[in-house]
Structures are given as structure tokens and as C-alpha cells.
Design a protein around this ligand. Sequence first.
Ligand code: TA6
Length: 294
Amino acid sequence: MANISENPKPARITFLDGRGELPMLEITTAWSTAEIYLHGAHVTNFKKCDEAPLLFLSQCSRFESAHPIRGGIPVIFPWFGPREGMGMHGFARVKPWELKEVLPAADGSMSVRFQLPDSPEAGAYPEFAADYVVTVNEGLTLELIVTNKSSDAKLEFEECLHTYFAVEDISAASIVGLKGVSYLDKVANFEKKTEANDAIRISSEVDRVYLDTTAAVEIRDARMGRVIRVEKEHSASTVVWNPWVAKSQEMPDFGNDEYHKMVCVESGNVSANKVVLAPGKTSCMKVKLHSAAG
Ligand code: TA6
């Protein structure tokens, strides 16, 4: 049998109407399948052939243009968190991104490039372009590329790939790679703390913004027997979130018991790590997701 890495079968892409009649892409490679909605350029599924889905998607998620999809990988831009009189986590995740390029590669992987369309909300910022490239193979690589197209104004923004990872049981999972990193503890009124644990365990609501960290993070899922590795480039913030009981009950698009089956480990540049882009400059935040038995 030919070694899959020598002549992998070419990747395939299918365009279809997904849930809520929202247009989506389905990508199949020799190693995996992925689903991406144009709504928010939202990756809703990534699954290696021999593994459980990598991403959590709420059974209660809405698939409506006015609302973000709950789960998968929300693209958070150009702000993170609440903003007076505007939506939470920016407007990029509720816009219909335009598919600009489909790039099958000889190694059997498939890349697709989306671009955020202009919008009234973007008018509050200097002229910019935001592109998002998703590459599917044995893993998933995400690149958020922002260009300041202004000739004289700097572009300040926050960005975050707010990834929901699927775990078998949150009580048997741990997050490794943040020891010694300072963080804002949002469940303690944003108190600044330092991570003391090699392995972070979750047994209550956790909502932490780790700052000035470029480290890779691992999600060790002992019950499933899987390790998910999150590597990143040009990202200085990592956010860890599990809503636990009360917050789960407050979210209409999230099942009351779904907190057992997910954890968000989000890679971005938020808060004090926000991006300040000089005129004409481009930033590229890259996140690589990989999983293996372990
Ligand atoms: O990244 C964690 C967080 O900021 C939490 O505070 C919670 O608000 C979560 O994002 C989900 O936000 P959303 O607007 O998608 O409900």
C-alpha cells in the first residue's frame, strides 16, 4: 500500500447549503474532513479519520446571520469582549466572509482564503483588509492576516481565534503550557494573577486571559486518550474558558450540560497585547492545531 505521504489522494471541496441554509464548504483530505461556514468564516468541524471530532459544536447553536455560531472556531476581530453599545467580540464573526481562493496542494492538503467584506461597522476604523486562510491536512492551520491600508493612520485592534475544543469529560482534562504566565482572572473581577500549575484542571467557571505568552499549549484529555496541541505564531495572548454551570444556563445557544464536553483555548492578541499596526503594515497571526493519541 502506497505511503500516504508519497502520493496522498487529492483533497476535495464541496459547496453546499448548511444549517439555517447558510452557505458552507466541506473539505475532505486523505487524513481528515472539515466544515467551514462563510458566516463568520467559521470552522464548525474538523475530524481526523481515526479520531473523534477535534472541535466542540453546541447542539443548541443558532445558524442565523444575526448570531455567531456557538462552538467551532469563532473569528474574533477587531475587538475582544464587550464594547459599549456594540456586540460582544467584534463584528467579524457575524459577517458573511467572501471566499477568495481555493488552493489544493500537491501534498494532499487544501487551503481556502476568505476575506472580510466592507461593512458600516468597519467605518469606525482606518481602512483595513482582513483575510483568513484555513489549511486542512492531518491538522488544521489558521492564519488571520490584517493589513492597514491607511496611508497615515495606525490601526489598533484585538484578534482571537476563540476555539472550542471537544473533550470527553472536562473533569478528566488538563491544560498544560501556561505555568508562570500572568493572567487576568475574569471570574475574580479581572484580578491579575500568575499561573502556578503545570497542569490546569477545571472544576468551576474558568475565564482567564493569559498575557505575554507565545507558548504552545496542550489539552490532555485522559478520558478520551487524546492530546491536542495548540501552536501559535505572532500571538501573545491565550484565553482559557469553561462556562461551568451558571453561565451555561445563561446562554440560550448552549446546552446546560455541555460544559462537561468542551474547553476553549483561544489564541490571540487581546487586552494589553492588542495589535497596533502602522500604515501599510500587515500582521499575520498563525495557529496550528494537531491531535494524537496520548
Ligand atoms: O473568551 C471567553 C469569553 O470572553 C467569556 O467571557 C464568554 O463571554 C465567552 O467569551 C463567550 O462569549 P460569547 O459572546 O461568544 O457568548
